[in-house]
Design a protein around this ligand. Structure first.
Ligand SMILES: [Zn+2]
Length: 56
């Protein structure tokens, strides 16, 4: 889960979006503002469904 882009689906509104796997900040759903990922101790905690991993 490092240095990878993930295509995730929001569990609330099913909106799909691409997020960076090792984010340093909170990522919210662009549509409904649901918190998709939050960081704790430098590690991202994913709360959304991962649809696919996009290797860079
Ligand atoms: Zn959403």
């Amino acid at each position: 889960m490092e240095s990878k882009f993930l295509r995730v689906g929001c569990p609330r509104c099913k909106q799909k979006q691409v997020v960076f796997g090792k984010a340093s900040s909170k990522i919210k759903c662009v549509k409904c503002n649901y918190l998709l990922m939050k960081t704790s101790g430098g590690k991202g905690k994913m709360r959304a469904f991962i649809k696919e991993i996009l290797w860079n």
